[in-house]
Design a protein around this ligand. Structure first.
Ligand SMILES: [Zn+2]
Length: 248
């Protein structure tokens, strides 16, 4: 009988689950075990729930873009959750991670024609990488073995447009919006000297800056990128066509 919850249950399985979680995190290099302790016995590697998602970074990008081509052509596949449910109840191994704008018109799962368990999506207005986003992507790479990260901007982005206006007019937006402006300001400042459309330039700059930031995020993402275990790429989604243009 448990004195805390008053149920006749054994707590051993829960304790074991915590140990296994710790072991998994330690194996992923996220936890440093105390040196005095003996190393825990290694559990046999678990088969990924979606073996077709075990891809090289280049093949992951190819699959993502093929999905986008189907989406643009209006021939997206049917993704039936019923047959995926069982394999995904025990884990996940997404083949790509996407940092997208929160804009309701951009839906990464739709625009890449992928199913549940395929894409690890982080979304924030203006698709920029703050510490929380970097940490989430570190989890995707170090624990879930995701081989590809795409920063996905889009044309006519309201967050970038608001930042341009705030910077130009030297005005302070209400509420928590100034935090967003500060995150997007470097892209807007960089785009100031470029010829052509300011908004389009700032959107591309913002994607490129955040690709660079993620690829150089020490210690986890930079090491994985340097070892060619991951690629970090940028794309811009066209609202009219649904097409994702990769940035060079
Ligand atoms: Zn946006």
């Amino acid at each position: 009988m448990c004195e805390f919850c008053n149920h006749s249950i054994h707590h051993t399985p829960i304790a074991r689950r915590h140990v296994l979680k710790f072991a998994a995190a330690a194996a992923a290099g996220l936890v440093v075990a105390p040196q005095a302790e003996a190393a825990p016995p290694k559990a046999p590697p678990k088969a990924p729930p979606k073996p077709e998602n075990v891809l090289s970074p280049d093949d992951a990008l190819k699959r993502l873009m093929e999905g986008n081509a189907r989406y643009v052509a209006g021939v997206s596949r049917r993704h039936d959750f019923t047959h995926e449910r069982e394999s995904l109840s025990t884990g996940q191994n997404p083949f790509a991670a996407v940092l997208s704008c929160a804009d309701s018109r951009i839906a990464p799962e739709y625009c890449f024609d992928v199913a549940r368990g395929d894409v690890f999506v982080c979304r924030v207005a203006g698709n920029f990488a703050n510490d929380d986003i970097v940490a989430s992507l570190e989890y995707a790479v170090a624990v879930l073995n995701t081989p590809l990260i795409m920063v996905l901007g889009h044309d006519a982005c309201g967050a970038v447009d608001a930042t341009i206006k705030s910077v130009k007019d030297n005005t302070t937006l209400p509420g928590h919006l100034p935090a967003l402006v500060e995150a997007l300001r470097p892209a807007v400042e960089a785009a100031k000297s470029e010829p052509g459309d300011m908004l389009a330039n700032a959107i591309r700059r913002n994607v490129a800056l955040n690709v660079g930031k993620l690829a150089n995020a020490v210690p986890i993402l930079k090491a994985a990128a340097d070892d060619k275990k991951i690629r970090v790429v940028g794309g811009v989604y066209e609202l009219k066509t649904g097409k994702v243009q990769l940035l060079a």
